[in-house]
Design a protein around this ligand. Structure first.
Ligand code: ADP
Length: 558
């Protein structure tokens, strides 16, 4: 049918619509698909109670339908927020699909936040129900009095493990679920309806809510499944070490069922030995997490002499992955690394570093230089770098600029701050990261804009110095911050955590950096500390370090 609509000039303009079906991109269609096409595929979890739990996509779907029906019996309706404070397990997964399946919004709360932050975001979201793991019952008991909107606490366990609790209206999940059968039809909501809510951890200012839609989650998962992204298939066994509460587990709770991959959920145990154990026992082929998890795994492997025979790739992101970590995985354990970048506001994946033929090299040093970048955009992410005035900068691999992004899975507004404009006039969102992009499309984050060190009018990349420093055999973790300097404005201070039993010497570490950096990038001093403060998503908390070292005097000041 040809529709006629008046054009801008007032004369008729032809508008030809496609004649294909309306099939809204809803996330419960993902679990429907997995149950229909890959129904017997395993979903394995380390339960919070201890033992391994085995189920299938068919079973997960059936129980999600019961969650949905049961929530509806409790009066939960379209648009209501239902919070989860939980590890990655099958129950958390069922809760997600069940919540979104009635058009309500799953709100993942990061248990690593301070209690006051949790209270703030749950009140801001006005959550009506909280699903929580046994682990978090004591935490919830402490704050329940300050959560007036929460009507019911559902503890993700069975009657036998249900603790005595002061939580109002508390019930064991399995008992609660027994109150509904699976005879239920998913709500027919629009694909643009809200499905999930996740607050940025707010390293500066108040946490801000990112409100995902069904459509954004589905499109984002389709993007991460693609071959040069995570490349998931029915032959994969996927272990999201990255929690569901860390920006949608980087899509894996949707992407794995969409691809028909088996899913392994690590539960509460995320230390090196436990991750190694589940990786090898369940023969995981693909896994993803932040660098600190992989530091711990590599240390465990070094100590025990273990191997990773089944793993075919590992995605590392959330913070810059040091080249030394990439090299260890690839050369010692024969596991290719996919370095990924993104943020809560991007659902979260923004770029992934796979090797295009034009950058392939036989020389591992050259290849590593590519693999250490944050990669290029998959289809559906667009980006640019600009100066402070918003003028686009060249993609020459040298010019730094503010990294800005747009796409169907990028935030347009923050929840309950809808009057605040967060996009530029071309519709791009400023990520707060400073980056270069080279001629082949590979992006390198030099810093968060607030962490970059400004010395004599030039910028020094704290990330690059940190990456180099952790390559030194005595250094376990490193942070670089700017210390104010009378002549140069700021100069870098290197702060390192020693490897167990080692004593990093300042001169030795600085000499180690020297061949790889410009002279004026050399830190003016180095201090050794027992540990570094981290955010709830595993990043080094630079704001706290800057506070701690506010009165620090550099030896070069005199
Ligand atoms: P937060 O709420 O702590 O900001 P996010 O997970 O949304 O949590 O953090 C996103 C930020 O993390 C990015 O803007 C970027 O600064 C940093 N980041 C993520 N991945 C990488 C990476 N691969 N390399 C460098 N920085 C990264």
């Amino acid at each position: 049918m040809v529709l006629r609509q008046p054009g801008e000039n007032g004369r008729g303009r032809d508008l030809m619509r496609g004649l294909m079906q309306e099939w809204p991109l809803l996330i419960h269609k993902v679990i429907d698909y997995a149950a229909a096409e890959h129904g017997g595929r395993a979903v394995l979890s380390r339960s919070v109670e201890g033992p391994m739990h085995r189920t299938t996509y068919r079973e997960v779907r059936a129980r999600s339908l019961r969650v949905a029906k049961r929530l509806q019996l409790d009066g939960i309706a379209v648009g209501d927020r239902v919070a989860t404070l939980a590890w990655n397990t099958w129950r958390h997964l069922e809760a997600w699909y069940g919540i979104a399946g009635i058009g309500a919004v799953y709100h993942t709360v990061n248990p690593r936040l301070f209690a006051d932050q949790i209270v703030y975001i749950m009140n801001h979201a006005r959550d009506r129900v909280l699903f929580l793991d046994l682990t978090f019952v004591p935490l919830a008991e402490k704050i329940a009095g300050r959560l007036p909107s929460v009507e019911r606490y559902i503890v993700l366990t069975d009657a036998a493990h249900m603790p005595d609790t002061s939580l109002p209206n508390a019930v064991a999940y399995e008992e609660w679920l027994a109150g509904a059968d699976e005879d239920f039809t998913w709500a027919a909501v629009e694909e643009t309806n809200a499905a999930g809510l996740c607050y940025t951890s707010g390293t500066t200012g108040e946490p801000k809510g990112v409100l995902y839609s069904h459509r954004s989650n589905v499109l984002h998962a389709m993007m991460t499944v693609m071959p040069d992204a995570f490349g998931l298939s029915t032959r994969d066994v996927v272990l999201p070490v990255v929690p569901l509460f860390h920006a949608n587990s980087w899509s894996l709770a949707f992407a794995a069922p969409m691809a028909g991959s088996a899913l392994v959920m690590p539960g509460p145990k995320l230390d090196g030995a436990s991750v190694y154990d589940i990786l090898t026992t369940e023969r995981v082929t693909f896994t993803a997490a932040v660098p600190t998890i992989w530091f711990a795994l590599l240390q465990h492997l070094e100590k025990t002499g273990g191997a990773l025979p089944d793993l075919t790739r590992v995605a590392i992101g959330g913070s810059a992955c040091p080249p030394a970590v990439i090299e260890a995985f690839e050369r010692k354990y024969d596991v290719p690394v996919l370095h990924a970048w993104g943020m809560t506001e991007m659902s979260p994946v923004g770029s992934i570093c796979s090797v295009k033929p034009e950058v392939w090299s036989e020389d591992y040093g050259k290849l590593l230089a590519v693999k250490a970048t944050q990669g290029y955009t998959p289809f559906s992410v667009e980006w640019k770098i600009t100066d402070d005035a918003g003028v686009a900068l060249p993609h020459d691999g040298k010019t730094f600029g503010r990294l800005k992004v747009r796409g169907p899975a990028v935030a347009r507004r923050y929840y309950q701050r809808e009057d605040e404009e967060i996009l530029d006039e071309e519709g791009y969102f400023d990520t707060g990261d400073v980056a270069t992009i080279d001629g082949d499309g590979y992006m390198r984050i030099t810093d968060r804009s607030k962490d970059v060190i400004k010395s004599g009018g030039e910028w020094i990349s704290s990330i690059e110095l940190e990456n180099l420093a952790v390559g030194h055999p005595d250094v376990a973790e490193a942070a670089v911050i700017g210390i104010s300097h009378p002549k140069w404005d700021e100069r870098p201070l290197l702060i390192v955590v020693p490897k167990p039993g080692r004593v990093p010497e300042k001169d030795a570490v600085l000499d180690f950096l020297r061949p790889n950096i410009a002279r004026w990038w050399m830190p003016d001093d180095m201090v050794v500390v027992a540990d570094l403060p981290h955010t709830a998503t595993g990043k080094i908390l630079k704001t706290e370090l800057r506070d701690r070292f506010r009165d620090y005097r550099l030896p070069t000041e005199a």
